[in-house]
Ligand binder design. Sequence first.
Ligand code: G3H
Length: 247
Amino acid sequence: MSRRFFVGGNFKMNGTVASIKEIAQNLKQANLDPKTEVVVAPPSLYLSVARESFPSNIQIAAQNVFDKSNGAYTGEVSVSQLVDLGISWTILGHSERRTIFNEDDKFVASKTKAALDGGVKVIFCCGESLEQREQEKTIEVVNSQLKALKEKISDWSNIVIAYEPIWAIGTGKVASPEQAQEVHLAIREWLKTQVSAKVSEGIRIIYGGSVNENNCKSLSVQSDIDGFLVGGASLKPGFIDIINSNQ
Ligand code: G3H
């Protein structure tokens, strides 16, 4: 089964109105591979500016969303508010949310269900810490993050799984193509046995962690790597090369 290459740009807590408009303009003028699905995730404050500035072939994602409907939840953003702004995706379970804001597997799964139920697609992040990798617990950790999700949802068609080893995020220490492929394959195997062969074959599993224009090609040729979730490099011109790195 052929899976459409997917590249997400996670701006994290970076950007201004001017810089987001500039990135939009650069992408508008670039020759982007039409076979790649491109999604950018600015800070929530700039979602409207992004939706107005990026061309319609680039979708916009939130970096987070809450699992309750509108109400007294100071500081939070609801799924229906994302839909109201024309935002079709959200990132959930990013390791920065899990570690800095103490979001556990259950909460991330609950938010994923709320997003999907409300019509917003999800880039679901999972991945191990350096300590867990050194203890050879990588697959166990990733599987338990997926298991919590499986307990909450049954339809996986609007999910992209982002494997992001925490030790590779923002460190310049990218996983080797073999390391990433090994985990992506293990995720696909888990989905095959725990969900279905159809989901396992069809779902996009993307890699995140220090991806840049120089290392993206060696990762994208791996058979189970279906794209990238890019942090720092999504703010730079090299993002275009990453979008065009599928061969
Ligand atoms: O969401 C993106 C990842 O955290 C990767 O970030 O490319 O800056 O390492 P990075």
